[in-house]
Design a protein around this ligand. Structure first.
Ligand code: ATR
Length: 291
């Protein structure tokens, strides 16, 4: 990468941020596009978020991705927010348009694009079971509801959190059937029987020793199962695959949301394969360092 007087600056705001693979992925995309840009990690404490956004304006940083814990808080400091990001209540991409900071959420579009390309599946008129009720679940639930899902069941360890999410969804999508249940096999079994798509959004499965939240015997061949964990194939996806089920891991979603951010910033579509290869190399290098 050559830095010149014209190099545009992009980056990711998070806290912590040193674990993020976005710089590796986005710089690989810019390099392949021959786009004169650099993408940097910006570690921003929550109490410094407003100053960081002012800094983006002052320094002319062209755009940033936003990650944990700032995705919700950042909305307060933007000049405008895309309606979908406002409905989700979370922003993962900021575009600097002549000093005005506009917030978007590309997680949902990234999820749908990965689902389409990896599992050839669209949620329209389908029954969806979501595991988890945190920030990631909220974004994905809005996305599948906007994409025309027929019904949604939210299974969560703390059912009251799932109930809160369900209330918010019913408000935005009055005709959508939304139910909640506990995150255990017995409670999920009847919902699995009618589900077409299962989406795992919790951190369960980040450790290879984590058990699968759904035993393999509850999967049917015509289920499609996604997991947002991207560091490895999770026990859930292994259990599903052992039954011949189509699965989609978190890597595809990460690549597609990053590509959607680059499209918002540049109007150009980056090479997805280059981004994926950079991520895989980044994940390998990280796990080699841990060993
Ligand atoms: P994110 O933004 O990544 O979704 P979050 O908002 O903190 O993170 O949400 C974490 C989700 O993972 C929640 O659904 C949480 O369940 P609770 O609402 O009961 O806290 C779920 N979760 C985290 N660790 C879990 C575990 N060990 N077992 C089951 N669910 C877990």
């Amino acid at each position: 990468m050559r830095i010149s007087g014209r190099t545009r600056t992009y980056g990711i705001l998070g806290y912590p941020v040193s674990h993020s693979l976005s710089p590796v992925m986005q710089n690989a995309a810019f390099g392949q596009m021959k786009f004169d840009a650099a993408y940097l990690p910006f570690e921003v404490r929550p109490e410094d978020l407003r100053a960081a956004l002012d800094g983006i304006r002052a320094l002319g940083v062209a755009g940033v991705n936003v990650t944990i814990p700032h995705k919700e808080a950042v909305l307060a400091y933007l000049d405008d927010v895309d309606p979908e990001a406002a409905a989700i209540g979370a922003v993962n991409t900021v575009v600097n348009r002549d000093g005005r900071l506009i917030g978007y959420n590309t997680d949902g579009a990234g999820f749908l694009a990965a689902l389409r390309s990896e599992a050839r599946f669209a949620p329209k008129k389908r029954n969806v079971l979501i595991l988890g009720a945190g920030g990631a679940a909220r974004g994905i639930a809005h996305t599948v509801a906007s994409a025309g899902a027929a019904s949604l069941v939210i299974a969560n360890r703390t059912v009251s959190h799932a109930d809160l999410l369900a209330q918010g969804l019913s408000h935005h999508f009055p005709y959508l059937k939304v139910r909640t249940c506990e995150l255990n096999p017995a409670a999920m079994e009847p919902h699995l029987a009618s589900a077409h798509l299962v989406i795992q959004t919790t951190s369960l499965g980040m450790k290879p020793t984590d058990p699968s939240p759904i035993p393999s015997k509850l999967f049917r061949k015509d289920h499609v199962v996604c997991d947002i964990v991207y560091t490895q194939e999770t026990p859930l996806l292994k259990a599903a695959r052992s039954r011949g089920v189509k699965v989609s891991g978190g890597l595809g979603m990460l690549v597609h949301q990053g590509a959607a951010a680059i499209f918002l910033w540049t109007g150009r579509r980056p090479n997805l394969n280059v981004m994926k290869l950079a991520l895989v190399a980044g994940i390998r290098a990280k796990s080699a360092r841990k060993r």
